[in-house]
Design a protein around this ligand. Structure first.
Ligand code: N7H
Length: 587
């Protein structure tokens, strides 16, 4: 079935009017927009297929290049939040400074056995998925608790040596987030609330050397572990400079971020196998033999990418074609292989300011509020892509892992052909129609900015886009405001946002590229305005951005004066392999 096109547009791409909505401060009135916002609660698992992660023996694809095997030795050497990711409802981040490198090494030796590996996290995930499948519900009452660690460049110099620290080829890692802040478009005026000087951590005067990431299904266990590790760290002369709790939002908001949109849907599929056994892929392959896209996709819409995009020392993605790898990089000390760069950004979200903009932008353009908000993101609140359902949200699509990421932008999306999956009725939603002119999902939409999919960009072929992909590992912090009927002033003004974390093999070519080249640009990868979620304008002191909003009456250029996502801390780190911690950093 073809999706119905949104009404035809006039003067496509040519702004016919400039709209200046003026500044707006967070207030009770502004918060009303957030209270009235209708988000779609998560569906029960009934009728929704939950894939089990055991090997699908006939999933090998003739003609695809052989993928590296991450055997048990490799899996127990790679930190588990890099791959496959902790994905826990409760996380705690501890940021330390090193006072005494020798004593810091004792701490590292002490916690080494606690560091959670890829092997452990995959084993738990498989158990959890099969239990969830049996029970037909999310809550299996299975619990696990994980710990990971990462180091700044300065920490590596203190714990290893300057030569090794200098040998990390990523220039952004060398400089650190505070020095890259202005390049990222972060506020430079000292008076701005997002100025690095005001950051809780990671500013010019409070950079962290070590970050510990703790994650658990169980709040009490997480608290106990955080208390224990803080004590041990204190004994080892590690100064805690900042800590941040992150929690999945409660109730029907589970899995959604503070603006109310489901997050964590689209991730690259890391190529590689877990054993030489047929079909034992790190990222399970679900496309049927008859679907030619199974060479490139793990499940519909999930792009397969070579592991060297996320782990140093592994084969990287070719920019020439989607299928093939190029050789591993070598711009790092040998012991850094199987490690990954980690970007941490504490991004404060001003929910009233966002919904005030939505309400005023919708009123001025004549677009319904929920559609206007969805156009900013590129998905409806449930996670359903607007390109698949231009007419309105459908939570069942948002929750359908085999359909919610199945769309491309420039061409019609062909229906996918899946292997038989017990209990899955198939993807029966309308397929996305080509949106070359970005009439349905505008070029400025967050997901179109940071992942233009099949669209050629200023960088060339779409395959280049796959080298920009990141493994996102974020979690919200602070109390939700969305959907709260009568919020108190205290709740409206509470500090809330996203602990944004991502891993990659290059900070500069991946995270920074997405933020700076695409989100912060009104014209790249395509003309149409800034990314209204994370785009910043840091040029010549102006923070004003714009979006060219398509409407049936024509395209309106809407100025965005307020900022609703503000950096308030973070850091650039490196997450080494377990053996590198044991043999180099703790030695
Ligand atoms: Fe974004 N949001 O709620 O609007 N993001 N993001 N992000 N983001 C995504 O597909 C959001 C941020 C990416 O493959 C979704 O998982 C918010 C930064 C990428 O189609 C939603 C913040 C960067 C994707 C949000 C924020 C990115 C993505 C859709 C900050 C990198 C995958 C759900 C407060 C520079 C795109 C999903 C794809 C998706 C939101 C930050 C990147 C809803 C609120 C800093 C690569």
């Amino acid at each position: 079935m073809r999706s119905k096109r949104y009404a035809p547009l006039k003067n496509v791409g040519q702004p016919i009017e400039e709209i200046d909505l003026g500044p707006q401060k967070a207030s009770r009135a502004a918060a009303r927009g957030a209270a009235e916002f209708k988000f779609a609660p998560e569906q029960s698992l009934k009728g929704i297929h939950v894939p089990i992660l055991t090997p699908l023996v006939d999933a090998d694809v003739p003609g695809s290049p052989p993928e590296p095997v991450f055997d048990s030795a490799a899996q127990s050497d790679i930190q588990g939040n890099v791959i496959p990711g902790f994905n826990k409802d409760h996380q705690h981040f501890l940021f330390f400074r090193i006072r005494n490198p020798k004593r810091a090494k004792l701490f590292l030796r002490d916690i080494l056995p606690r560091i959670s590996t890829m092997e452990e996290v995959i084993a738990f995930r498989r158990l959890y998925r099969s239990k969830r499948f049996l029970l037909g519900r999310h809550n299996t009452y299975l619990c696990s608790t994980w710990v990971n660690i990462a180091f700044s460049r300065r920490a590596i110099e203190l714990l290893a040596n300057k030569t090794d620290a200098d040998a990390f080829g990523d220039r952004s890692f060398q400089l650190g987030l505070a020095q890259r802040a202005s390049y990222l478009g972060d506020p430079t005026s000292p008076a701005h609330r997002g100025s690095p000087r005001k950051w809780r951590v990671g500013g010019p005067k409070n950079e962290a050397a070590i970050v510990l990431i703790l994650a658990s299904d169980h709040v009490g266990v997480l608290d106990d572990l955080a208390a224990l590790l803080k004590l041990r760290a204190g004994d080892a002369a590690l100064d805690l400079i900042f800590e941040q709790r992150g929690d999945t939002l409660p109730g029907d908001l589970r899995g959604h971020e503070h603006f109310g949109f489901k997050d964590g849907i689209s991730q690259p599929g890391v190529r590689g196998k877990l054993s030489a056994a047929p079909g034992d892929y790190l990222t399970p392959r679900y496309l049927a033999a008859g679907d030619d896209r199974r060479l490139y996709l793990a499940k519909p819409g999930q792009q397969l990418v070579w592991p060297g995009q996320f782990l140093l020392g592994e084969q990287r993605q070719s920019t020439e074609d989607q299928l093939n790898a190029i050789a591993a990089g070598s711009n790092f000390p040998k012991w850094a292989a199987r490690g990954s760069y980690l970007v941490v950004r504490r991004l404060q979200q001003d929910v009233p300011a966002f919904y005030s903009f939505v309400a005023r932008g919708a009123a001025r353009t004549g677009i319904a509020r929920d559609r206007f908000a969805a156009m900013l993101v590129g998905r409806w609140p449930s996670g359903a892509p607007i390109l698949r359902l231009p007419g309105g949200d459908n939570p069942a699509l948002g929750d359908d892992d085999f359909a919610n990421n199945h769309f491309i932008f420039d061409d019609d999306t062909r229906p996918s052909s899946l292997r038989p999956i017990p209990g899955y009725p198939g993807d029966t939603y309308p397929q996305a129609a080509a949106d070359f002119l970005a009439q349905v999902c505008p070029h400025f939409a967050h997901i179109r900015k940071v992942h233009p999919r099949d669209t050629a960009t200023e960088m060339g072929k779409p395959a280049d886009t796959f080298t920009r992909m990141i493994l996102r590992r974020g979690i919200p912090y602070g109390p939700p405001l969305i959907g709260v009927k009568k919020p108190t002033g205290k709740l409206i003004g509470a500090d809330r946002g996203l602990m944004f974390l991502c891993y990659g093999a290059s900070i500069e070519d991946q995270f920074e590229f997405l933020q700076r080249r695409w989100s912060n640009s009104g014209s790249q990868p395509n003309l149409g305005g800034f990314d209204p979620i994370i785009g910043q304008n840091g040029r010549r002191g102006s923070r004003i951005r714009f979006i060219d909003c398509p409407t049936p009456a024509g395209t309106f250029r809407i100025k965005m004066q307020d900022e609703w996502v503000t950096p308030t801390g973070g850091g650039y780190f490196f997450a080494p392999s377990i053996s590198a911690i044991r043999d180099v950093l703790a030695a």
